[in-house]
Write a protein that binds this ligand. Sequence first.
Ligand code: ATP
Ligand code: MN
Length: 478
Amino acid sequence: MGPLQIREILQAAPDNQTVVVKGWVRTKRESKNAIFIALNDGSTIHNIQAVAEPGQFSAELLHTVTTGSCLKVTGQLIASMGSGQAVEVKLTELEVYGTADPDAYPLQPKKHSLEFLREIAHLRPRTNTFSAILRIRHALAFAVHQYFNDKGFFYLHTPVITASDAEGAGEMFRVTTLDLNNLPRTEEGAINFKEDFFGREANLTVSGQLEGELGAMALSKIYTFGPTFRAENSNTTRHLAEFWMIEPEMAFFELEDNMDLAEDFVKKVITYALIHCKDDLNFLQNRLEDEEKSKPQNERSLPLLEKLSFVVDNPFERLTYTEAIDILLKSKPHKEKKFQYPVGWGIDLSSEHERYLVEKHFKKPVILTNYPREIKSFYMKLDEDGKTVRAMDVLFPGIGEIIGGSQREENYEKLLGRVHEVGIDPENLWWYLETRKFGTAPHSGFGLGFERLVQFVTGMGNIRDVIPFPRYPKSAEF
Ligand code: ATP
Ligand code: MN
C-alpha cells in the first residue's frame, strides 16, 4: 500500500522505530555537527526533518541533495531536539531518486511571485502556497459530494459536448472534426455541418443546467459537478475559460427553498474546510497577513479564518434587486459620481455595484432576488408583475457573484413565449420544452463556480491561482 506519508509519520510517537520517508527536498542546511534535510511529500504543509552526521554519507552523494531533488531516506524516528518539530528522522540510509540541478531548478527556497509561478505551473504544486490550495480544493470538492449525498441528491453526469447553444451564458468553444483547410460547403456557400462529426454544430458546454433539469424531473434532487467552458475574452481575476461548476437542480423547490439551500450549502462546505484544513488555512492566513502589511490600516481585510467564520456564523442578507437599486441610488459613491457605470432600475449590476452592497453597505454576503426579466435568462420564472423574474444571485465579499440561480419557469406557454422573445429556435430545445408538457412541476436550481468558492476560502486574489492548470486567453500551456 505504499510508504507512510509524512503527515502520518509526523503524528507518530518517536520510539526509535525505523521509518522510510520519500519526498522532495525543500531545504538542506549543513552545520558543524549535523546536516539537516527538510523533506515534503505534499501530504501536509509541514516538512519532516532528516538529520545526518557529517561524514556519514559521501560528499559526492550529499552534493546531489539539493532543493527540489527527490529522496528516499531510512532512519529512526526520534524526538527532535530542535524547536520547529516534535519528531525527526535520524538517517541510516539515503537514496537520491532524482536530482534537481540548482542552476536550472526554478523553485528556490525564497518567495516567488504568483505571476512567476503561473509560468511554471508544472512545478508550482511543489510550493507551500499551491500545495495548500490544492489540498483545500480537494477538501471542498469532497465536502460538496458529501453534502449533497447526505441530503438525498444524486450526482448526474451531464454532457461536456452539447449541440444546444441556447443557454446564452457566454461565447462557446466549437467542437469539430471538419478539416479547417477544406470545409464542406452547402449550395448556398455556408459551412455544411451535416458533414461534421455529430451531423450538426457542437460546442463545449457552458452549463449543465438544462440537462440537469431533465434529471430533476425524474430523480427530484440532482447535482452536477463538472467542467464548463466559456470563450469569453474577459481577462479578470474572477473568470477562467475552463472552470468547474456545481449545479444542483431540485423538483418541488421554490425560490425561498433555493435560497435556503444555497446558503446552507456554502456554509457547510466552508465549515468542512475550517475543520479539516486548519494547517493549510493557517499557512494561507499568515501569507495574506504579510501581504496586508503593505496596505493602509483601514483597507486591510479580516484575517482569513475570521472572515470564513464570520460568513458561516451570520445569516446572509436577502433583498430584491429593486431594493438594491434604491440603496445604490442613495449611496455616497453614486451621489459623488464615483461609480464608473450608471445606476438605475434595469441595469445589469456591475461588480463595483455588487461590491459596494456586499463590502460597504451590508458587510456580509448578500442574496439578491427578483431581477428585471430583460437582464436574465429565458428559463427563469416570471414574477406576477411580469417585469421581474424569480432569480437569485449570491454575492460574496472580494468575489462578487459566486452563485447564480433561479426558480425555473414551469409553465409551457410562458416558457415558449420567452424562448421566442430571446430569439431561440424552439426546435433546438424541443426536449427541454417537453418537460413542461409532461408532468411539469415547480422547480429550482443554481450554479456555483467552484473556483470562486476556492478563491474565497483560500483568500487568493486571482482565480488563476486556485485551479491546477488555468485556461485563459492565450494560455493553455500545461
Ligand atoms: P459573471 O457575471 O461573474 O460573469 P455569470 O452571470 O456569467 O457570472 P453564471 O452564468 O450565472 O455566471 O454562472 C454561474 C456561476 O459560475 C457564477 O455565479 C460564477 O460563480 C461562475 N462563473 C461564471 N463564469 C465564470 C468564469 N468565466 N470563470 C469562473 N467562474 C465563472
Ligand atoms: Mn459571465
